[in-house]
Write a protein that binds this ligand. Structure first.
Ligand code: 4GX
Length: 235
């Protein structure tokens, strides 16, 4: 899977995306993260990428020409048009379900905005979908793009060694994950739940399912309600 990220800060990506699991996935050729500097596609000596908004108002807006030319450079010669996502507070909120959907794509182009946003003609002409990582406003689209790359890439076959654990993760089945423990069995007088030391896998599974439902009901009643509704009518 390939990600082309159009950004004003390409060095941010190379630092973060070459580390850990994402870095190893790139070394294994499972994913490619290509950061493209929008400023390299400016045509003036000041490498201008933004300008004042028509109609007045605070802040600056990212201009069409550099973004259009950067997009054309990364898509030149491609047989099919990759899906283009603009990271924006106005977008569809990124959930695990959306991440699974995006992980089926071979190639994504992510546009990272700054300032007050990007010229609307970029969105109209180039963007297939706006995606938000949550209802808060950041200083730019780079962190959202990295969040999207991280949660989508880990779903690409071969990226995670323990792929079997997907079904037990929080949000996979609409519920939060059960509590996890590891050695030692006792730490400062605090014991690991006895059931987990029993080796009785059926009972352990039952305990884990019960804990998962319980903590979802407590921590995320919205998810709990959805789960109950979707389970109604199922035998
Ligand atoms: N939350 C988020 N989830 O994705 N992106 C964000 C996010 O806060 N940002 C900061 C503002 N940028 C520029 C901007 C400003 C206004 C309208 C559209 N674009 C985009 C990226």
């Amino acid at each position: 899977m390939r990600f082309d990220v159009l950004t004003l800060f390409p060095e941010t990506f190379s630092l973060v995306m070459k580390e850990s699991i994402i870095g190893r996935a790139q070394e294994k050729g499972l994913i490619e993260v290509n950061a493209v500097n929008i400023r390299d596609y400016t045509r003036d000596k000041h490498r201008k990428v933004d300008d004042y908004p028509f109609g007045g108002g605070n802040g600056m807006v990212m201009m069409c020409q550099p973004m259009f030319d950067a997009y054309r450079a990364v898509t030149e010669g491609l047989q099919t048009k990759p899906k283009v996502i603009y990271m924006s507070p106005q977008g569809r909120v990124l959930t695990q379900k959306v991440a699974v959907e995006l992980s089926k794509e071979e190639h994504l182009i992510l546009l990272c905005g700054h300032y007050e946003g990007i010229d609307e003609r970029i969105i109209e002409e180039l963007v297939d979908e706006e995606i938000s990582i949550g209802d808060y406003v950041l200083t730019g689209g780079e962190l959202p793009a990295m969040v999207l790359i991280d949660c989508v890439s880990r779903l690409v076959p071969g990226v995670l060694s323990n792929e079997g654990s997907f079904s037990e993760e929080s949000h996979f089945n609409g519920l939060l994950e059960y509590p996890q423990y590891t050695r030692p069995a006792e730490y400062e007088g605090k014991q690991v739940p006895e059931i987990l030391l029993s080796g009785h896998h059926a009972n352990i599974q039952k305990w884990r399912s019960a804990r998962s439902l319980e903590r979802t009901r407590i921590k995320r009643p919205d998810l709990y309600e959805n789960h109950i509704k979707s389970s109604e009518g199922k035998i």
